[in-house]
Design a protein around this ligand. Structure first.
Ligand code: NAP
Length: 248
């Protein structure tokens, strides 16, 4: 998809009420796309619409619900689908998790990516469309205070690979991309995790962050997704403050 094709096209962004998803919706609206944003908190989504204007359409719904995925894809037929909704894991060590807390990110993030990816292939989305799913750097490095988070995010990367294979086998022309952001305190989800890892190291948050270099901002995530949307890349990309790095 070219920049000109993105302008005037329809995009769906899950997790659009705050954090990375909101910044991605903002970047896409500024690029001229008509963005449908999905999250559960309708009041917060209305706030995003007040900020972004008529280029943003809020849909208050659970992104992990398969009926929502089918309905939104049928109604909006997006050229670009960005799966950025994610559950905040309970920040505790393994033995302080229950099975329910350990598996929460599987129930939300993995289910979401499974259902929306499946709908994108089944419909199918138009040739030249792209599906960008949020995995995490934790998929490579682990995440010992986040229960099943790292494994769930690794599975999201696998799902995008499998879907890319099916797209190629079926000649569908849909690109599937996984983004693996580094941990950042700049979103609600990231701030809770940073606080937990800092406490585990016996450090305050500023001292902990000083050991990690520059933090990725939501605006940088928005720009990175815009670059991926108008590019031709596929596969998986690490995302840090320094930008995107393709993974082999
Ligand atoms: N921040 C980081 O450090 C970091 C690092 C690596 C990967 N990631 C990943 O990046 C993605 C975005 O994270 P973030 O940091 O921007 O988190 P965030 O600020 O906590 O935002 C999460 C978004 O997801 C939505 N959401 C959560 N559960 C949902 C559901 N069931 N249905 C619909 N929407 C739902 C939330 O809205 P509602 O609560 O209103 O539904 C919110 O809009 C996540 O997949 C996360 O795992 C984040």
């Amino acid at each position: 998809m070219t920049t000109a094709q993105l302008a005037g096209s329809t995009a769906v962004v899950t997790g659009a009420s705050r954090g990375f998803g909101k910044a991605i919706a903002s970047a896409l609206v500024q690029a001229g796309a008509q963005v449908t944003g999905v999250a559960r908190d309708g009041a917060r989504l209305e706030g995003v619409r007040a900020e972004l204007g008529t280029g943003f359409t809020p849909v208050a719904a659970d992104a992990a619900d398969p009926v929502v995925a089918g309905h939104v894809i049928d109604q909006y037929q997006p050229r670009l689908l960005v799966l950025a909704a994610g559950a905040a894991p309970l920040s505790r060590p393994l033995h302080q998790q229950t099975w329910q807390s350990f598996s929460r990110v599987w129930e939300v993030d993995v289910q979401q990516v499974f259902h929306w990816t499946r709908e994108a292939l089944l419909r199918p989305l138009a040739p030249g469309s792209a599906v960008i799913a949020f995995s995490s750097g934790a998929a490579l490095f682990g995440s010992p205070l986040s229960g099943g988070y790292a494994g769930a995010k690794a599975t999201i990367r696998f799902i995008t690979q499998y879907a890319a294979d099916e797209s190629q086998r079926g000649g569908l022309g849909i690109r599937f991309v996984a983004v693996l952001p580094q941990l950042t305190p700049e979103t609600e989800l990231g701030a809770a995790a940073v606080a937990a890892y800092a406490a585990r190291e016996g450090m305050d948050v500023p001292s902990f962050l000083a050991t990690r270099g520059l933090s990725l901002t939501p605006e940088q995530a928005g720009k990175a997704v815009l670059d991926l949307a108008v590019g031709t890349g596929h596969g998986a990309y690490l995302l840090a403050a320094a930008g995107l790095k393709e993974l082999q």
